[in-house]
Design a protein around this ligand. Structure first.
Ligand code: KMH
Ligand code: ZN
Length: 273
């Protein structure tokens, strides 16, 4: 039986690291676009996007999102997924600001959690507001599930109509404060998903490689990139986002999973447009 194509998402930069921590981190619009294009060329079909201001700090500035999106689109076709998580402490209005640009996809985190030593706030009110903006702009949401209770929240909110009934799921495992990157957590979470729901795993730090390998085996999808991990191996920093995508392609080839094109991804995630 032929296996379903593997959707690779690349999270090219998050909101936590700076160039001081990691000089290879893409932060300017040019660097972000180049890194995204390299990742897509290597096999990614979705780019999870955060952007930075002139000083390299995380921002939800709509104009910068537009600028980076235009630069990526000029050079390649891919699905662009905006972060509505922003950085810890970003006000909800700012988190929603880029959504009026109507990206293909946007994230929707399913609960408040400790995030390292800080708190990533996603109260019911915040989730409702972001979900409303996502629906108003006809964007496909990706539910960010950092812990078990967040999956139960998603099911509860789905029944109440707080979140739309069409979405993709991303299990983000290994954030200190959320569920750990232990592979048994992924197995348990997938087991509790409803049938036919598409899902991706993002493993933080050293949990990335075992989690993506398991996800490829289980028929799920994967996210890699500097937002989640900067080490290619123990003690060896990665050189580019594309390097991580290339590794996924190699593992997928060994395990007989074809790589999803952008068209395959749109079809599998049931895009409206
Ligand atoms: N930066 C984190 C606090 C998302 O992109 O939607 C949240 C985050 C999730 O990165
Ligand atoms: Zn993110």
């Amino acid at each position: 039986m032929s296996q379903n194509p593997l959707i690779i998402t690349c999270a090219i930069v998050g909101a936590e690291l700076t160039k001081k921590d990691f000089p290879q981190l893409p932060t300017t619009p040019e660097e972000l676009a180049t890194s995204a294009i390299e990742a897509v060329t290597a096999g990614a079909s979705i780019i999870h996007l955060h952007v930075r201001d002139k000083n390299g700090n995380p921002t939800q500035d709509k104009n910068i999102f537009q600028n980076v999106t235009d630069k990526i689109r000029k050079n390649c076709d891919c699905i662009i997924q905006y972060s509505t998580g922003g950085a810890v402490g970003t006000p909800v209005e700012d988190r929603c600001a880029p959504l009026t640009l109507k990206p293909d996809m946007a994230t929707l985190s399913m609960g408040t959690m400790n995030f390292g030593d800080e708190v990533f706030e996603n109260t019911t009110e915040i989730i409702k507001k972001i979900s409303d903006e996502i629906q108003k702009n006809i964007i496909l949401p990706e539910l960010e599930i950092f812990d078990f209770g967040m999956l139960d929240t998603a099911k509860r909110f789905l029944k109440k109509g707080i979140i739309p009934d069409k979405f993709h799921v991303d299990f983000v495992l290994g954030v200190p404060g959320g569920a750990s990157g232990d592979i048994r957590n992924l197995i348990a979470l997938v087991d509790r998903l409803e049938m036919n729901q598409t899902w991706t795993v993002a493993g933080i730090g050293k949990s990335q490689l075992p989690l993506i390998t398991l996800a490829i085996t289980l028929g799920g999808h994967v996210r890699v990139g500097f937002e989640d991990n900067i080490f290619y191996k123990k003690g060896e920093l990665a050189t580019s986002n594309a390097q991580f995508v290339n590794r996924v392609v190699k593992i997928a080839n060994e395990l007989n999973r074809p790589i999803a094109s952008v068209a395959d991804t749109r079809k599998m995630l049931k895009f409206a447009h």
